[in-house]
Write a protein that binds this ligand. Structure first.
Ligand code: HSE
Length: 435
């Protein structure tokens, strides 16, 4: 087989890692593919000292790479959704296969991109878009192809997990840990994407489409970040035997599909509760195999490059296969995708952690208990702290039974309206993630 020619667009953290891995492991990759894989051109505005491009031509015009008639596969690593979308569509229009690590692009424009790619008979591969170096797309799309996936829950933003871990283990300040994640190259260009849950929502929507055979519906993901989590909540959760993790949860049943990203209390004994730092993990529950857990680095130069290069290998291996015989973009063939509805957050069921600041006087707790009981919600655990010196309010922390979100929200509104309650009631969902 002739050498497969690759054009890399973007030479940042992931681009330089991809270049280096392709070069360093060239021989073993050739032995796996049955053809040499050669970087024929790089599109980047500037060189990156983290990699030596040597004699490989580098152009500042990424569209030149997309139109280069010698190139078989374009690797899009520029990020963002505006120029990246144009670049990918241009590459497809020119008959190139595409490999991308761009979760925002796939989550928001994947349906359009796959339609264009199908029309042209080319592949679009995006393993690196979700959970960096963990081959979770391949696991869901191919390894679990025998199963009906029931639900999945993942720690899919390394920056957020790093921040929550440092807060819990070292009591460190939120902003300080975020600055470190940025310096280490884990955080997004706009770190609000990490801490407000948008990055995790991008990844969740991709996982859900592949798991359940539905079109990408980013606008329907309920998204809550970690900016309102305090060290107090982290510590109270620990006292109750839980860890707070920022989870992406997707669940499919007869009523519909849940797509939600939010901080979640999970029992500390679960393996996934012990995934710390920048590491990612995805727990998948499927009917035939039961629970499986996928763990690894969710960001970083060569971990992400590992997934990018695996996609290049996959695409190179299919270059002689008919388009209809390739693995479908979203695991299920485009004309079989289902219109099963995504449910509004008010309709989901969960248990809840509630923290409130209550006036320290007789009868207050019983009023709170009455409101919850009137809503059919029982209290599973309760902590009340001693008042601090001179303070007239005390922290009260409750764990509720499983209830519907809209009932819980009504009860919380009634509790917040009591004269004896100061401030907003902090509310964090609790998931057992039991098999
Ligand atoms: N900002 C992302 C994270 C990078 O922290 O997980 C990998 O997608």
């Amino acid at each position: 087989m002739n050498p497969v020619k690759v054009g890399i667009c973007g030479l940042g953290t992931v681009g330089s890692g991809t270049f280096n891995v392709l070069l360093r492991n060239r021989e073993s990759i050739q032995a796996r593919v049955g053809a040499d894989i050669v970087v024929a051109q790089v599109g980047a505005r500037r060189e990156n000292p983290a990699c030596d491009t040597g004699s490989v031509p580098v152009t500042p015009d990424i569209f030149e790479v997309a139109r280069n008639p010698d190139i078989d596969i374009i690797v899009e690593l520029i990020g963002g959704t505006t120029v990246a979308r144009e670049l990918v569509l241009e590459a497809i229009a020119n008959g190139k296969h595409v490999v991308t690590a761009n979760k925002a692009l796939i989550a928001e424009y994947g349906n359009e991109i796959f339609a264009a790619a199908q029309e042209k008979g080319v592949s679009v591969a995006f393993e690196a878009a979700v959970a960096g170096g963990i081959p979770i797309i391949k696991a869901l799309r191919e390894g679990l192809a025998a199963n009906q996936v029931q639900w999945l829950a993942g720690i899919i933003n390394g920056t957020g997990n790093f921040i929550l871990t440092e807060m819990r283990e070292k009591g460190r300040d939120f902003a300080d840990v975020l600055a470190e994640a940025q310096a280490l190259g884990y955080a997004e260009a706009d770190p609000t994407f990490d801490v407000e849950g948008i990055d995790a929502a991008h990844k969740l929507v991709i996982l859900a489409s592949i798991a359940f055979g539905i079109p990408l519906q980013f606008e329907k993901v309920y998204t809550e970040g970690i900016t309102r989590i305090s060290t107090d909540d982290v510590n109270y959760a620990e006292e109750l035997g839980y860890r707070i993790k920022h989870l992406g949860i997707a669940r499919c049943d007869d009523k519909g599909i849940e797509l939600r990203v939010h901080p979640t209390l999970i029992p500390e004994k679960r393996l996934i509760a012990n995934v710390n730092g920048v590491m990612n993990a995805i727990l998948v529950m499927a009917d035939a195999v039961g629970p499986t857990l996928y763990y690894g680095p969710g960001a970083g130069s060569e971990p992400t490059a590992s997934s990018v290069v695996a996609d290049v290998v996959d695409v190179a291996r299919t270059l002689t296969a008919e388009p209809k015989h390739r693995v479908p973009y979203l695991a299920f063939h485009q004309d079989t995708l289902s219109d099963h509805p995504v449910m509004p957050i008010e309709d989901i069921y969960s248990a809840y952690y509630l923290r409130m600041s209550a006036l320290d006087k007789p009868g207050v707790l019983s009023k709170i208990a009455q409101i919850l009981s009137d809503a059919g919600i029982s209290i599973e655990a309760l902590i009340q702290k001693q008042p601090a010196e001179d303070a007239d309010h005390v922290p009260v922390i409750l764990l509720t039974s499983i209830t519907q979100e809209k009932l819980l929200m009504q009860a919380v509104a009634e509790i917040e309206a009591l004269d004896s309650i100061a401030d907003e009631v902090v509310r964090i969902r609790v998931e057992s993630l039991a098999g």
